[in-house]
Design a protein around this ligand. Sequence first.
Ligand code: GLN
Length: 483
Amino acid sequence: MDLTRLTIREAAKRLKNKEISCLELTSAYLDRIKNLNERLGAYITVCDKKAREQAALAQKRIDSGESISPLAGIPMGIKDNIMTKGILTSCASKILSNFIPPYDATAVKKLYDCGAVMLGKTNLDEFAMGSSTESSWYGVARNPWDESMVPGGSSGGSAVAVAAGLACFSLGTDTGGSIRQPASFCGVVGLKPTYGIVSRYGLAALASSFDQIGPVTRNTEDCALVLNAIAGHDSKDSTFRNIKYPDYTSFLKDDIKELRIGVPKEYISEDLCEDIKHSINEAIEFFEENGANVTEVSLPATEYAVSAYYILSCAEASSNLARFDGIKYGFRASDFDNIFDLYSKTRSEGFGQSVKNRILIGTYALSPEFQDYYKKAQKVRAVVCRDFRKVFNDVDIILGPTEVCSAYRIGEKKDKPLSMSLGDIYTVSVNMAGICALSVPCGKDSRGLPVGMQLIANHFNEGTLLRAAYAYEMGAGGIGLCW
Ligand code: GLN
C-alpha cells in the first residue's frame, strides 16, 4: 500500500489501529519528497530531522492511549510565509533568504499541539504576490497533472504538495485567491476562511485586511479536520473574532435538500473558458437534481473588484513591506555609503520585480496627491460588501467557477501581468468582504486538467460550504489523484 495516497481520516484510522506507525507514514512522505521535489519545486525547505522527531513524539502520544487529535502523526507542509521557529521562512524572497524566525505562527503552533508532523516549507510567489508560483526566488513549482503547466499561486507549493503526495495536507494563505486558485489548478480542496477566524499571528503580512491562513487538502472531510485544528481563539491577533466555534466535521452530511444556491450572472461571463462553463453547468444540474434550489443572482460590482483589490492590496503591501530594510531582518546589501544607500541597495537587490512593482503602485496610491484612487477603491470595497449582503438575504451559498481558465503553460503569462491579474476576478471580492469560500474539484477540462468550483458563503458559514462541497464530492465522485 502506498501510504502517501491516504487522506487524513484514512491515515489517522490506520495509526490509531496500529496498522502503521507515525514514522512509517512520515518516511513514506520524506522518500517521495526526495524523489520528486527537485522536479516539482513544491518545497523550499525540507525538515527531514524535525519531521522524524515529531513523528516519534506523536507515536508516543498514540501509544500512551491519550485522546488525541486525528491530526496526530499526520505529515503536513506549511507555506513559506508562515513563521516556523528555527526553520527558514523566506517568503520565497532573496530578502528573507537567511531569516530564521524565533517563534511559531499560532496556526502552526495549534497544528503542532495536535501532533501534526512538519515535512517542510512550501514554495510560493514572492511574498504571496502572484497567481502562478513563477515569481519565487527559489524557482517555479510545477503542476503534477502536467509538469509543463503552472500549479497556480501564490500557494502553488502547498497545492502541488497535496496533489502529488508530498504532504497529506498543507497550509496556504489567501489574500485575493491564493488558496482557492492553486487548489483548482491542482485538483485539491482549498478553503479561505472568514476573516478573523484563523489567527494571522506569525503570517508575513501582504495586505493585512485581506490575508487569511487556510487548509489545502485532498477532500472536504480533511478540510474540516484541519479547520477544526487551526480556527479559534488567539489573544495575539486583535482581529480575531470571538464566536462559538463549531465542530466543522458535524456539517459533513450528504444532504443538500432545500439549500438555496445563487449563481451570479456576472460569473458565467464571456471570459469564462467553455470547458469550465461546461463543468460548472454540470455541477449546477447535480445540485438541482439533489433537491437544492438554484437561482440566478447578481453581483454588479464584480467588474470593478480586481482594480479596487490591486489598489488596496498594493497600498497595504507597500506599507507592510517597508520593514524589510536590511536592518531588522534578512539580507543586507554588502556595499553602501550611508544609511539611505543601505536601504536602497538592500531593497533593490533583495526584492524581485513583481514585488517592486507592487510597492511602487501602493506607494503611489498612498501619496497625498493621488489618494483619490485609494478612496475610490475603498468605496468599491463597500459596494462589493453590500452586493454580497443583499444576495445572502436570499441564498445560503453562491456557486461559480474558481478561475476563468484551468492551468496554463509555465511562462505563458509571465510577461502579461494584467491578464494574470484579471484571472482573479471570481476570488478577490471574497477577501474584500472578509467572507468565506472554498474551491472543490469539479471535473477536468478537455486536456485532462482539473477544474475548480468555488462555493462562497457569508461570514462564519464555513459549515454550509463544507456541507455543500461534501455532498457534491460524494455524489459526483471527485477526480481522483494524479498519480
Ligand atoms: N493573485 C492575487 C495577487 O496576486 C492573490 C494573491 C494572494 O491571495 N496572496 O494578489
